[in-house]
Design a protein around this ligand. Structure first.
Ligand code: F6R
Length: 661
């Protein structure tokens, strides 16, 4: 069990057990050891009991991650300024129990972290804060430091021994060394933080303290959130305002690539990474604590929909090399094993299954390997044909879905290789799989999956391209071109989100309906299934998704005067005449009285005469289009449910994680 400790104890502790050795550095499953985009960070300096303030902040940020929690405080009256820390795997309650048994001394400066692990085991050892070898620097981090391996090698060459597998620990060592080289003057720690930040690549929010600076806390941010709270003679840092809303509503917004110094005497100083002082934007938080956790949104689902550009970007982060080549080092199957694959099954449930249906189009196109997509609950009962050269890709946001887990076990019994696409680090499904590709969506709190789905799609594309790359079936420049398209997706999703007001208005006009149809073709077909699923589960409206071409084989009979039919129109640039056929399908349903709600890309004017309502999405390559066309359907379902007065985050009869068969 980890003990609250000081630096002297640190080196001998691994996973909280005195004397245990660090895990092997060659274990590829923990090779990158990064933390994901969602961890919660709190910092405090002021007259109050720092530990109490930090723990309270962590409690409010726990929705951001609950794989481990940790705190470090600067003991107020210690002559040489010892830093004392405690950290523990699991929920914050585990850490609080440790602290209740062994209380920390009083302190007026502290920082804390609640972790959502993406890769890197969620253990005591990998929990934050991380300390420098001399124990003088403590740091917490949210994000992924992409060049950590080179920095770690540099530290190790200088004789530093690492105590964890995380990328974060390099910052602690670099900051300690840089601080020593920085001239003694006011703002020394901030200056060192700027120098270190300039060397980091990737996404990071960092908060750090140095034992020699009892009244100073510094923070740094790039591509990851950090806000400052300003109280009466006290200062706060938080991943979001819910961390300090109980103490102050006065906040400062930090910009990209900025360092903040909070000093009890000198106050707040914000600079860019070079040292130029900048004026932070001040604002007053008018949310209550509960709203603050949801970032001011009425529902977690709305917040999670809004987080999608970030979640998509984070899922790509660290996977694309400088030349556009794919780097998937969490995939622990040899290149030869991947070259031997002659058949792929994608197995999943619900929304994850819909992601799998889209994966089939992309993976078959890029790799020419046949792909079958199966509902996990059906898979093992129909005795599928599997052997050593079969790759089974299981997709699960939670990593705990029992149907998917049972399918995985069945596949392994048949000697197939299993690759998991999963969002929850350390959950059962990735643990039992041969290889794992984590999505970096951060915790999904709302029962209906949104950012989980979009990041599953991105992960599926990465798997497809990776296989194509390893097997050499696609020209390198073709892979790079798709990679360039993938990099544009976060902006495309953001562009869709900016235009959702008409969709909200449309949703209000549909709230009284009792049935709706969704039509799509090619990759638009699984999008139609996903749109219908979202509407059913959230708004309790009977909805069906169809392949548009199937309509005339039966389903068209249910169309009545005024029946809303949502049509996902493929790009006019799609191969063959799929676009023209879908435009004909719109005309067919309209001729039978349907109200047509058309999702089409910008510039597609062929749909104009037949669309009663038109939702535009940015032009996106055909196979990647579901990442943008799904978003309006999520908003539509969410807003219809809200208009009907339903609980959007917890629909009736459903649970976030289905752990029974
Ligand atoms: C629908 C939804 C569910 C899940 C399904 C699988 O919005 O969330 O259909 O997709 O239960 O869950 P995971 O991905 O956790 O295996």
């Amino acid at each position: 069990m980890p003990q609250p400790g000081n630096a002297a104890q640190r080196v001998t502790k691994g996973d909280g057990e005195p004397g245990s050795l660090p895990a092997s550095r060659t274990d590829r499953s923990i090779s990158t050891g990064s933390v994901g985009p969602m961890c919660g960070i709190v910092g405090y300096v002021g007259p109050q009991d720092a530990l109490a303030v930090v723990l309270e902040g962590l409690r409010r940020l726990e929705y951001r991650g609950y794989d481990s929690a940790g705190v470090a405080v600067r003991v107020a009256d210690a002559a040489d300024g010892a830093l004392i820390w405690a950290k523990k795997a699991g929920k914050l309650a585990n850490l609080e129990k440790v602290l209740a048994e062994q209380p920390l001394p009083a302190a007026t400066l502290g920082l804390g972290h609640t972790r959502w692990a993406t890769h890197g085991a969620p253990t005591d050892r990998n929990a934050h804060p991380h300390l420098s070898a001399d124990g003088r620097v403590a740091v917490v981090h949210n994000g992924i430091i992409e060049n950590f391996a080179a920095l770690r090698a540099e530290c190790e060459a200088a004789g530093v021994e690492f105590a964890s597998e995380t990328d974060t620990e390099v910052v602690a060592h670099l900051l300690a060394a840089t601080y020593e080289q920085t001239p003694r003057r006011e703002g020394r720690l901030a200056e060192a933080m700027r120098a270190v930040s300039r060397r980091l690549e990737g996404a990071f929010t960092l908060v750090a303290t140095h034992a020699a600076e009892p009244d100073t806390l510094v923070g740094s941010r790039r591509n990851s959130p950090l806000v400052v709270g300003v109280g009466e003679g006290e200062y706060f840092l938080g991943s979001d305002v819910s961390a300090f809303i109980a103490h102050t509503r006065n906040a400062l917004e930090l910009g990209q690539d900025q360092v903040v110094e909070l000093d009890r005497t000198r106050g707040v100083t914000v600079t860019d990474f070079v040292g130029t002082v900048v004026q932070p934007k001040a604002y007053t938080v008018d949310w209550d604590a509960a709203a603050a956790e949801k970032g001011g949104y009425d529902w977690f689902m709305l917040k999670e929909i809004a987080e999608q550009p970030r979640a998509v970007a984070d899922t790509l982060l660290g996977r694309l090399g400088p030349r556009g080549e794919l780097v998937l080092d969490e995939v622990r199957l040899s290149d030869q094993e991947l070259r031997d694959v002659d058949k792929i099954f994608v197995v999943a449930c619900g929304t994850a299954y819909n992601a799998g249906l889209i994966a089939k189009y992309a993976i078959e196109h890029w790799t020419r390997i046949p792909v079958e997509v199966e509902l996990a609950s059906e898979f093992r009962y129909r005795d599928p044909v599997l052997d050593r050269s079969t790759l089974v890709v299981v997709i699960s946001q939670s990593g705990e879905t029992m149907d998917t887990l049972m399918a995985l076990r069945h596949a392994k019994d048949q000697k197939a290789r299993v690759l998991a696409i999963c969002n929850a680090n350390g959950s059962t499904i990735p643990r039992e799989s041969d290889a794992v590709l984590y999505t970096h969506a951060g915790p999904e709190v709302a029962v209906a999956s949104t950012k989980g789905f979009l990041t599953q799609l991105v992960a599926c594309y990465l798997v497809g391209l990776f296989l194509a790359q390893v097997r050499g079936v696609t020209f390198e420049d073709e892979v790079y071109a798709v990679v360039a398209d993938l990099r544009r997706l976060p902006d495309a999703v953001a562009a869709v989100l900016e235009r959702m007001d008409p969709v909200r208005e449309l949703a209000r006009s549909l709230a009284g309906e009792d049935k709706m149809l969704f039509l799509g073709r090619h990759v638009g077909y699984p999008v139609a299934l996903e749109g219908a699923l979202k509407l059913k589960e959230l708004a309790y409206i009977h909805a069906e998704g169809f392949a548009a071409g199937e309509l005339k084989h039966g389903p068209i009979a249910v169309i009545d005067h005024g029946t809303p039919v949502v049509v996902i129109v493929p790009s006019p640039r799609t191969r063959g005449s799929v676009h023209g056929k879908v435009v004909s399908n719109i005309q067919e349903v309209r001729a039978r009285g349907a109200r047509t709600i058309v999702i089409a890309e910008e510039g597609d004017d062929d749909v104009l005469p037949y669309a009663d309502d038109l939702i535009r999405v940015p032009r996106t390559p055909t196979l990647l289009a579901p990442v943008v066309t799904t978003v309006p359907l999520q908003v539509l379902a969410c807003e219809i449910a809200a208009t009907r007065g339903l609980d959007v985050d917890q629909p009736r009869n459903l649970a976030k994680s289905v752990t029974v068969e």
